[in-house]
Design a protein around this ligand. Sequence first.
Ligand SMILES: Cc1ncc(COP(=O)(O)O)c(C=O)c1O
Length: 421
Amino acid sequence: MSSKASSVLEVMNFLNEVAADYPRAVSFASGRPAETLFRDDLWTRGLPKFLEHYAARLGTDIDFASRQLAQYGRTAGLVNDIIATQLNRDESLNVEPGQIVVTTGCQEAISLCIQALCPSASDIVLVRSPTYIGITGAAHGSRIQLEAIDEPVGVAFSQALEAAIVAAKARGLHPRALYITPDFDNPTGSVLELEERRALLSTCGQHHVVVLEDNPYGMFCYEGIRLPTLFALDSDGVVVYLGTYSKTICPALRVGCAVVPKSLFGSIADSKRLLDDLIRRKSFVTVNTSQFNQALAGGLLLLEDCSLDRFAKEASVYYRRNRDRLISALGRVFSGLGDQLTWNRPRGGFFLTVALPFSFGREHAMECAQDFDVLLMPMSFFTMDGSRLDTVRVAFSNLDPKDVELGVERFSRYVQRRFER
Ligand SMILES: Cc1ncc(COP(=O)(O)O)c(C=O)c1O
């Protein structure tokens, strides 16, 4: 098994099994949304609201509409009009329903896009390192080569990207896509600044590299102004936008989307070809995204006037409080260590990064869980070469606020043990 494959499996194993083995542990391991924020009226009011809307759309009664809902559906989706309006209201995206494929979570959108964009063995996808494990797993499952962009300290991302594209081409490879989460990235929590967004679009436009913009966390902004998405800034048809309702509504919906630009690098025909390709591929994978689940999501959006702004603002109060507690607990507990142990201050999202003065890999994460009842993810799990061994990802989204301090105190005892060795 390649080291890349084993590291993907290792992360999945760590998340799914190790966490379950230590139920008493405070878990900073997974970036799940907080369960306390899930909406009960999703079940009770969302579905009837959507059925009303659907019956009016079909010009039938509710009984007929609900039987249609239970049937196989259009592969491209059932609630594309509602999603288009929500993306317009919440993300300022100028999108028509016909540009959207509704997918079974964003994860399916990622898989379909890379498969459609990389049909040949020499086609590759560029990623930052560290990156979201879902793109690594999807590429591995489809035998698509990922290439991490080398970002030396002090070099702008767009320059590193340009260098990676040129170097890959010189090796006979064809960079077809760049996968990126510009807002409150998983795993680092970082944001791509505006000038870098513009430079990235220009570089990818020149080299005909499609940008796959993944945006699960953009609505959870805790300070400063939200930057425009790459899709909103794109005037050359470079960006495919990947959306999800997993974090804003709930993951069990498994509703996400891919939005193709109106013209791909200036070609309406190429854009249509990409859209058709995504739909064709999806039709042989999941046929269509569950119409019940689309109806729940659609109904809830209709109840909220096609905007998740109110939810996201409420949720952001919770998440920001956890972030602030985390940062002040880290400051309190590690103040004596000066800059031997540092962390970033994410402006939004679910993740923070701590840099340690020692390495922290799988065995250390296990030791921490076993002896100190606290779970953290080694950042090396999210790199393709196992680097970033001295960094951890700390997810603060799905914790009872009082457990944040407890978790940091437990981690500090582990750090003390490491210093004593
Ligand atoms: C960056 C990123 N993209 C996509 C997803 C998954 O989205 P979905 O639940 O819609 O498949 C996640 C979930 O953790 C994520 O962090």
